[in-house]
Write a protein that binds this ligand. Structure first.
Ligand code: HEC
Ligand code: HEC
Length: 381
């Protein structure tokens, strides 16, 4: 908290300096029709970002209306970490999406600015550029990252701020005026909008790429001398080889793998994986996908999340009900709980103690600290 305040003070001072020295000031303080600040003295010459698709990954699914640039990503990163997006300047996106936790937060459910607990577990942000037909949140409510980024700002159990206020704060900040002008083709501070802010955040989020776990090195790129140990290798066969090596099929791959090289650990789909025993489709505490589509058959279905960095993102499931991977495996080991729309692959899962331990050993090979420690992803303040 203290260092936060110090930082804010520091930036206030720096901003004051920029204003005096080289930023055109808003001289018009009179009411009615704010003319904004001319930005054409600031260079606008963005560098397009060469998207670093890792070897063996599918083609990235990049937004046609929002080409990535170095300047856009830099702005998005600053916004992502800036408490200016919250009602009382106390929280940012990164308060819940923390790099060391793979951009999740290790709480069952997070607390927003008013210290009110949310209903759902914070999701990791990782390899979002590669998920086919990107659908976001546990319930699939959003279809693009820019669209998704609007909500946390306004949500009363998250940042609880209005975009009108955020726009005003950004327009009044000389660093943001410079960053927005550098990233986007605008000429006046009044053109700094929610639309551009969320596009910048989208650009930053798309750069969050993990491709350097032990699994990537041993089983995707097959680097010389890098091998999975016996437990993890058997866990991998259980998880994803569909019984090809003679190991039993733990069925995980149906929902948590995608593509020839199985690099994503999600197929982007929505399923009921048997968390709750219910007699009727109206009995789920959280309807999940059903609340979004209005289709009763979708009640109790949630997004199959990626399992990359899963060892770093406890607790688990949409409500954070399981504290450990052991608890997750106990859930799946006997085929979960019955409900009318449980996916057919879940009840047939049958794992003994050794199977569970081996799958957990495999899941640990998905930990990628190159990702969590990537300097380009950290707090720029
Ligand atoms: C108070 C904690 C909190 C804050 C602050 C927060 N988030 Fe989240 N985030 C969550 C939770 C919880 C979910 C899951 C929401 C749901 O499914 O209803 C989520 C989901 C997401 C997802 C979907 C990921 C996926 O794979 O589907 C994205 C993207 C995201 N947040 C980005 C952001 C951005 C950008 C900001 C800042 C503008 C932000 N979040 C602020 C808690 C938070
Ligand atoms: C029918 C699809 C399906 C199958 C098969 C399946 N899962 Fe899942 N998995 C899901 C869904 C959907 C969720 C999220 C459910 C929720 O939170 O409501 C999930 C959640 C998880 C989570 C928690 C993720 C997080 O971020 O909280 C782990 C770990 C996991 N599954 C591992 C496995 C393993 C290991 C297997 C094989 C033994 C497996 N799953 C089989 C669909 C599936």
């Amino acid at each position: 908290m203290k260092s936060h305040h110090l930082l804010i003070l520091l930036f206030a001072l720096i901003c004051a300096c920029c204003n005096d020295d080289n930023m055109p000031m808003d001289d018009d303080t009179g009411g009615g029709g704010d003319p904004g600040i001319d930005l054409t003295d600031i260079d606008h010459n963005p560098t397009s970002y060469d998207f670093p698709t890792p070897a063996f990954f599918p083609e990235p699914n990049l937004p046609a209306d929002n080409p990535l640039t170095d300047e856009g990503i830099k702005l998005g990163r600053r916004l992502f970490y800036d408490p200016i997006l919250s009602k009382d300047n106390s929280m940012s996106c990164a308060s819940c999406h923390i790099p060391s936790a793979s951009f999740a937060d290790n709480l069952p459910t997070p607390f927003g600015v008013d210290n009110e607990a949310g209903a759902r577990n914070t999701m990791a942000l990782i390899n979002l550029a590669f998920v086919p037909n990107l659908t976001l949140n546990w319930d699939g409510k959003f279809h693009s990252l820019a669209e998704q980024a609007i909500e946390p700002v306004e949500n009363s159990i998250e940042l609880d701020e209005s975009w009108d206020n955020v726009e005003e704060k950004l327009r009044n900040d000389s660093i943001y005026r410079q960053y927005f002008r550098e990233a986007f083709d605008i000429e006046n501070s009044n053109e700094i909008t929610r639309d551009l802010a969320t596009k910048a955040i989208e650009q930053f989020e798309l750069t969050l790429i993990s491709s350097d776990s032990y699994y990537d090195r041993a089983a995707v790129r097959i680097e010389p001398g890098v091998f999975l140990d016996d437990d993890a290798a058997r866990g991998m066969a259980l998880f994803q080889d569909e019984g090809a090596t003679g190991e039993k099929d733990a069925q995980c791959w149906h929902c948590h793998s995608f593509g020839a090289n199985k690099t994503l650990f999600t197929n982007g789909g929505f399923f009921n994986n048997g968390l709750d025993e219910v007699d009727s489709l109206t009995d789920f505490e959280d309807a999940g996908l059903g609340a979004v589509t209005g289709d009763l058959g979708d009640n109790g279905r949630f997004k199959a999340p990626t399992l990359r960095n899963i060892a770093l993102t406890a607790p688990y499931m949409h409500d954070g009900r399981f504290a450990t991977l052991e608890e997750v495996m106990d859930h799946y080991a006997d085929g979960g709980h019955p409900a009318p729309n449980v996916d057919a692959f879940v009840p047939i899962i049958d794992l003994d103690e050794q199977d569970k331990a081996d799958i957990i050993a495999f899941l640990h090979t998905l930990t990628d600290t190159t990702f969590t420690q990537n300097p380009a992803y950290q707090n720029p303040f």
